[in-house]
Ligand binder design. Structure first.
Ligand SMILES: [Zn+2]
Length: 451
């Protein structure tokens, strides 16, 4: 009996000591709370992330509420296990479903720690931000667009939006073409160049405009698509070509690949990688339209391949690979001087795999020209170039059988048929007639609306 009592007392003592050592300490600092910046826009369904931190006591619980006038909604209540010192919590808000009206509201976070301070109730931290609840997408009014667009070709659209639009463009299939805004009075005027490339996997074109909350307004573009003949071409691949052109484009460890494996790797994987890089480089123009009039074609050149050519590659009588040609091939004398096709700014010079030595020029409004397989270039990134100014010399660097220029036109990073841009009449009738008011700084927009 006495022994049992001794054990009991001893155990109680151990637990007591344990409690002192292992219990959350007495500390007086409330939890730290991280919130999105004040003024954050919230649409009908949105998500925000909050961060909580408390040391050394650790976090006990958090309550997140939304408040508007006299109304009050609890968005989240959560308790944390012992030893939680830092968490990030994503919060899904559905203000419209809750009945929150458009306009300002207060997002408040109250977090409590496990300190024994305050008679064991812990320290309470509070933080709040003002959010702007917005369910209404921007207003969009289409002013004009190119009605007849060739397959693989380009068109333009001009539209105006309410001032809350922060991003807009044209969506075609899987592709997005960015529009560029210009403030005119209390309206935002937007111009966009878009393409209908067959690789877009869809032909429906829509204008889409977003506000800061992410609300989107979508309106269809009425376009008649004109077919253009697609060239199918079979190219015979020789062992000599594979030795000379394919293996040098691969890292040294790929030297053991068979000729067919090596060819497929370059023509498919490396091609895809190179095209992704080019798309990224040419995704967004840095400024307003710089081009003037038709684009220049390589002097005294002969077209040896066109845009969209479907190429089939045959090696020793067997089909081994396919590719789509995304530019025009122009052959002249060897090492022929290459001119900038129009006014613009050089945004890239360098070696890009199958394209060899490349120069890319930004002409503004999402329009870029690309010059590939060059021997060398005589401009550098950032240079402003004039139409006709020599920027490099032709060669067969990269995956080219002979000396020629591969010339490309990209809209928002997506290659389209360059042939149209050499055509003064097409440019005037299909592009400039639509974008005129944008270039004139808005003059004539009103008459346009009437017509
Ligand atoms: Zn080419």
């Amino acid at each position: 009996m006495k022994k049992a009592l001794t054990i009991l007392v001893f155990t109680a003592l151990l637990v007591g000591v344990g409690a002192v050592f292992f219990a959350p300490p007495f500390e007086r600092k409330p939890p730290k709370i991280q919130l999105p910046s004040s003024g954050t826009y919230i649409k009908a369904k949105a998500s925000v992330e909050i961060g909580l931190e408390d040391r050394p006591a650790g976090l006990k619980e958090v309550t997140v509420t939304l408040e508007q006038g006299k109304n009050h909604w609890t968005l989240l209540y959560k308790t944390f296990p012992m030893g939680t010192y830092y968490v990030r919590i994503p919060i899904t808000l559905e203000p419209k479903r809750l009945g929150v009206r458009e306009g300002p509201a207060i997002l408040e976070v109250v977090a409590v720690d496990r300190s024994l301070w305050n008679l064991g109730k812990g320290n309470t931290g509070r933080a709040s931000i003002q959010v702007k609840v917005d369910y209404t997408p921007p207003r969009v009014e289409l002013l004009d667009n190119t009605r007849y667009v060739y397959e693989n070709g380009a068109g333009a659209a001009l539209f105006q939006t309410s001032l809350d639009a922060v991003r807009a463009g044209v969506r075609v299939g899987t592709l997005f073409f960015r529009a560029y805004p210009r403030r005119i009075g209390d309206q935002e005027l937007w111009a966009v160049l878009f393409g209908l490339p067959l690789y877009a996997h869809g032909k429906k074109a829509q204008i889409i405009a977003w506000d800061q909350a992410g609300n989107a307004r979508i309106i269809p573009l009425n376009i008649h698509i004109l077919p253009r003949k697609v060239v199918r071409e079979t190219l015979r691949v020789s062992d000599d070509f594979i030795q000379r052109k394919i293996y040098p484009l691969l890292p040294s460890e790929d030297a053991r690949l068979s000729p067919v494996e090596a060819f497929k790797k370059v023509n498919e994987e490396l091609r895809r990688e190179n095209e992704t890089l080019i798309s990224r480089l040419a995704a967004r123009s840095s400024g307003p339209p710089l081009w003037e009039g038709a684009f220049l074609q390589l002097r005294n050149s002969k077209v040896t391949a066109t845009f969209g050519d479907q190429r089939t590659y045959v090696y020793k009588g067997k089909v081994i690979s396919h590719a789509t040609h995304l530019g025009y091939d122009l052959a002249s004398v060897s090492h022929a001087p290459v001119s900038a096709a129009n006014y613009g700014r050089v945004i890239f010079t360098g070696f890009i795999g199958i394209y060899g030595n490349v120069v890319i020029v930004d002409h503004g409004l999402g329009l870029f020209s690309l010059y590939a397989h060059l021997s060398r270039y005589v401009v550098k990134k950032g240079d402003v170039v004039k139409k006709g100014q020599i920027i490099g010399y032709t060669d067969s660097t990269g995956l080219a059988g002979g000396d020629h220029l591969h010339f490309g036109i990209l809209l928002s990073g997506h290659p389209v048929n360059p042939v149209e841009w050499w055509d003064r009449r097409w440019l005037r009738d299909r592009i400039m007639s639509v974008l005129g008011p944008y270039f004139k700084g808005g003059k004539g927009v009103q008459t346009h609306r009437g017509g």
